[in-house]
Structures are given as structure tokens and as C-alpha cells.
Ligand binder design. Structure first.
Ligand code: HSE
Length: 436
């Protein structure tokens, strides 16, 4: 059989890794795919730049449109990132009858509904395993491996940069800014690191996971997003003392009222496996009604790990080239006509437990005022610790853990507490998940 011809858009870290993995494991990959896979063309912004891969035999161009319009190319692999040009190229590739593999989480989270509709109209595949959690085959696991389950919830550490920063803050007592600079220098962070630290990158990935878990359209705009830039070394230390780790978690949960979609710093009991996922590693827990909790762990970024997912997608597409489009695995796991319109809940409607850190004047009655406000709103306290004032400060830190409470109610209580003359604003609030 003739080799399958691939065109790569982008020859950076992931593109270079893809060339390397396809070359290194060519025999095994051909035995699996049933056909040889050949990267014939690749686009790059800079033809002279030094690369991590050998490009011998690959025709390079600075114009990605040449590849998208090349009649010989059967599969376009989009690895340039960003939304605008990537979307234009992917839609053009589909118009030209080419299957697509993409590592672009923003593209799928924001424009996936439109892209999949076009792909269906043309009978083409769009595969996106590398878009979520790098080398972890989490799309495949949820979309195919757990297909017999009703997924109840999933929770993931899906941004390596944030996990690296939080791990360094905890282990080495370092400050947020200092670690961020290092993460940038090491190449973990996105081109704009705000995407990482403000939770946007994780929200893109959560949007995709929630769609394939619950059979709902992609709805990035409904995700509640809070990053880690407000997490301090103090919070990390106090959480640890109480038996918790702080992680940036993406949570998607089905409740009776609707679906929760949220990304925020989260206290997790340290005895949970996922609380021990450190550094740049990623992990996702998926709870299915039949299988129970399952955990997927691995490298969430990097050249070879992400290439592992790119190549897996290419092989999937190659195997399905001759199959009837109606009988392929649906892009979002559920048949496109069967997607549900279950509402995504506003953050005020969700219920979790909370970590609160107050800065309080050290005098009789202050704590009583605070607990009276909480009791008045039916908020039950699970634990409370009072620390010595920090050097040179008149106020002392009080840390409280609450039982589960609707967020709207907790926000109202915080507003009342912040109005007390004896409490410094703001009251710090971090959500907690037991993931039991
Ligand atoms: N910036 C991302 C991260 C890269 O830190 O996880 C992988 O999507």
C-alpha cells in the first residue's frame, strides 16, 4: 500500500518531536497503522533556525497554505497554536478534503463546534488528543475506554506550569513570581504565561474534557476561571499543616441542577493520589458510575510526550481512512445529534467546602463575631487555627475550613466579615474538594 502523506504546520517543539518519534519508531508505527506514514512537507516561520529534528527528506516552506492546498497531502497536522491563523488553515484543510490532527486546545475549545460541523459535512476526521494533557491518552480513555459509563465527575491537574509553580512554592518555600520566571525560562509556560497562571489554558482543556465526558457542546465561555496568581506561600504552608495540598484543578461535575465547569486553586487532602502529582506532571481523575474512580497520569507537555499523542492520532486517522464516516468514533464521543443542552451552573450555585484565611485584630470577641456571621448563614466550621501575628504586624492570621456550603451563601458571609472593623480586607477564600 502507498505511504500516507502528512503535512506538518509548525516545526517547533511538538513538530520536531513528532518528526523524531515518527522516524525513531517508524517500523513499529507502520506495523500498527498497516501503512507507512511519511511527513512530506512542513511549514516553519524561520527556515534557518536550528531544530530538535532532522528534516532531511521533508520539503520545508514558510507558507502553511501551500501545504493545506497541496493535493498530495492527506492529513494536515496543525501544531502552530493560536486561534486565528490556525482556524483559517484547519477550515481550509477540511474544505480541501484533508483530515486534520491538532494539538491546539484553544482552537478546539473555542471553535471546535464549527470545525467539527464542517468535518462532518465533508466526511473528514479531526483528531485532538495532544490538545489535552500532552502525552496522556485522556481523550481516548474517556471517549472510548469509558464509553459504557455515565461519567459523574472528573477533576484534573491539566496545566503543568501552574503545578510546577505550586510544587516549588510548597517544597522550597519560593515565591510565585520567582518560580514563574523559571518556568518561562524552562519553556513550560505558554507564549503568554497569563494563559497558564490565570487558568485559561486549563479552562480550554476542561472545556474539551467536559464535552466528551457529558455529551454537551463545547462551551468555553461558561467555565468559571480563577488562576493561581493570588495563592501565597502562606496559604500553601497553612494548607499543608491542615493535611491539604493546593493544586490548580479543573473540575467538571454533573449534579441534579446542571453541570459544574470550573478551574480554580483547590485544597485537596494530601492522601489522595492526585494531590501527590508534582512538578510539570499532569493527572486526571474520572469517576464513572460503572468503573468507579480512574486516574490517568503522565507528562502534560514537552516534545516527545506530546508527539506520542500526535502520532497516536495520525495512526487512528490512517486506520479509519477507508471506513464509512458514519461509523467512526464521534468527535465529541456522543453522536452529534444527541448532544445534551444541560445547563452549565453559575459559580454561585455550586457547593463546596472552603479554606478561609482572615487577618484579624487580636482582641476578645473578634472570633465570636466571625463565627456568629457564619452560623447565621448556616455555614458549619470543620477546623480552625489561629497563628501568631507575622513579624511587625498587628493582625494575626486565622485559618478556617468550612463544611460544604453554596458559594452564594459563602460570598455573602465573606462580605459581612469584611465589613467588621476588626478584620482586614480581603478575606482569602480557596475552594476545597475531597474527591472522594
Ligand atoms: N502551558 C501548558 C502547560 C503546556 O503548562 O501545561 C501544555 O498544554
Amino acid at each position: 500500500m502507498n505511504p500516507v502523506k502528512i503535512g506538518l504546520l509548525g516545526l517547533g517543539t511538538v513538530g520536531g518531536g513528532t518528526v523524531n518519534v515518527l522516524r525513531r519508531n517508524a517500523d513499529e508505527i507502520t506495523r500498527r497503522a498497516g501503512r507507512e506514514i511519511q511527513i512530506c512537507r512542513a511549514s516553519t516561520r524561520d527556515l534557518q533556525r536550528s531544530r530538535i529534528c532532522d528534516t532531511t527528506g521533508i520539503a520545508l516552506t514558510q507558507d502553511p497554505l501551500e501545504i493545506v492546498n497541496d493535493p498530495d497531502i492527506q492529513i494536515v497536522v496543525e501544531l502552530i497554536g493560536g486561534e486565528t491563523l490556525a482556524k483559517e488553515l484547519v477550515l481550509k484543510a477540511l474544505d480541501n478534503g484533508k483530515h486534520v490532527v491538532t494539538a491546539n486546545k484553544a482552537l478546539i475549545a473555542l471553535h471546535g463546534n464549527e470545525i467539527f460541523a464542517k468535518a462532518r459535512e465533508k466526511g473528514l476526521m479531526v483528531a485532538f488528543e495532544p490538545a489535552v494533557a500532552g502525552g496522556i491518552p485522556i481523550i481516548k480513555a474517556i471517549r472510548e475506554g469509558l464509553t459504557g459509563n455515565r461519567v459523574e465527575w472528573l477533576a484534573g491537574i491539566i496545566n503543568g506550569t501552574c503545578n510546577y509553580i505550586l510544587t516549588e512554592m510548597r517544597d522550597k518555600g519560593r515565591d510565585f513570581e520567582d518560580v514563574l520566571q523559571e518556568a518561562q525560562a524552562l519553556g513550560y509556560a505558554e507564549a503568554d504565561p497569563t494563559f497558564d497562571v490565570e487558568g485559561i489554558d486549563a479552562a480550554h482543556k476542561l472545556t474539551i474534557l467536559a464535552s466528551i465526558a457529558f455529551g454537551i457542546p463545547l462551551q468555553f465561555d461558561k467555565v468559571y476561571v480563577e488562576g493561581i496568581s493570588g495563592v501565597t506561600r502562606l496559604d500553601v504552608t497553612y494548607a499543608e499543616a491542615l493535611g491539604y495540598r493546593i493544586k490548580l484543578l479543573g473540575v467538571a461535575r454533573r449534579s441534579e441542577k446542571g453541570i459544574e465547569l470550573r478551574v480554580h486553586p483547590t485544597l485537596i487532602p494530601y492522601r489522595r493520589l492526585i494531590a501527590n502529582v508534582d512538578g510539570v506532571m499532569n493527572a486526571v481523575v474520572v469517576k464513572g458510575d460503572a468503573v468507579g474512580p480512574t486516574l490517568y497520569y503522565g507528562a502534560g507537555a514537552g516534545a516527545d510526550p506530546t508527539a506520542s499523542s500526535v502520532v497516536a492520532d495520525i495512526v487512528d486517522v490512517v486506520r479509519a481512512l477507508t471506513s464509512d464516516p458514519e461509523n467512526r468514533v464521534p468527535h465529541l464521543a456522543f453522536q452529534p445529534t444527541a448532544l445534551a443542552d444541560t445547563p452549565v451552573l453559575p459559580i454561585g450555585d455550586i457547593e463546596t467546602a472552603y479554606y478561609l484565611r482572615l487577618s484579624a485584630e487580636d482582641k476578645p470577641g473578634v472570633l465570636a463575631d466571625v463565627t456568629r456571621i457564619l452560623a447565621g448563614r448556616n455555614i458549619s466550621i470543620e477546623a480552625i487555627i489561629q497563628k501568631e501575628p507575622l513579624t511587625g504586624e498587628s493582625h494575626l492570621p486565622i485559618i478556617m475550613l468550612t463544611h460544604k456550603v453554596p458559594e452564594r451563601e459563602l460570598n455573602a458571609a465573606i462580605a459581612e466579615i469584611e465589613a467588621l472593623a476588626t478584620i482586614n480586607k480581603p478575606v482569602k477564600r480557596i475552594r476545597m474538594e475531597t474527591l472522594g
